[in-house]
Design a protein around this ligand. Sequence first.
Ligand code: GLN
Length: 304
Amino acid sequence: MKYKKNFKNINSHLGEFDNLGTVASYIPELSSVDPLKFGIHLTTITNKHFSFGDSDEKFSIQSISKVLSLVLAYKLEDEYLWNRVGVEPSGTPFNSLIQLEHDLGIPRNPLINAGALVICDVLVSHLKNPKQEFIEFVRTISNIETIDYCNRIAESEKSAGYRNAALINLMKSYGNIHNDIDVVLDFYFHLCSIEMTCKELSQTFLFLASYGVCPFTNEVVISRSKSKRVNAIMQLCGFYDEAGEFSFKVGLPGKSGVGGGIVAIHPNKYSIAVWSPRLNIKGNSYKGIKFLELFTSETQVSIF
Ligand code: GLN
């Protein structure tokens, strides 16, 4: 497969998307990013690489890291995890509070902010030094030692994090947060601050295209069954209240972040990362989704 040709061809049809949507503005580190950045990187399970544009530039992966924290928590807790967080699409924005009261403090899924906060709480309970152990986990599965948090972004997240503070307080009132709120929030804000290039992001998620096995080390990251389930959750919840639309148009499990990144998986084939900072009203990359829609259409492969 000569994916590079697809990338070039599709890019020539994406010009009109350059000015659609707006870059996230709630923290200066995101609002100052050049809106015209555009990168793509695809890694096959046989370790072949195809890239385009700004694929080697670091960006803030934001909520994409929620999948990685879920993987580690699922590994540690097994099926007990689902007593504290659901696996249903929320149909609400990523930072919504409304549903959470109705559901008595049990978030609908681990990829909305409330669910990711519960996952952080689980990890704080299990790990001695959560931030250090988590980033080491990410470095191991990606085979990239230099992946790290951005402390400046973590600080900004904290100073703007009123809704996340509201979500965690509400859940604490229902008994679904076991640790100190500030410790859990600090861990969550660090997760949001991880930076990767498209290449690093596609490499990091490759184990989910390889049934849970890290293709670089051949180590089992999570079991085949758990890997299937994490992909299922991405398929149904990865784009919040746009998950149906993404599934309909792209046909792959994926996850977005407000930094403009998207990663999508084709099991047994590849992991692809796209970055374009302008977001649509749901907080997902405008051009990124359009690119993936055209990519699965042109290559005529999706999981369906
Ligand atoms: N830092 C953002 C938040 O917690 C992450 C949201 C996202 O990427 N969708 O609100």
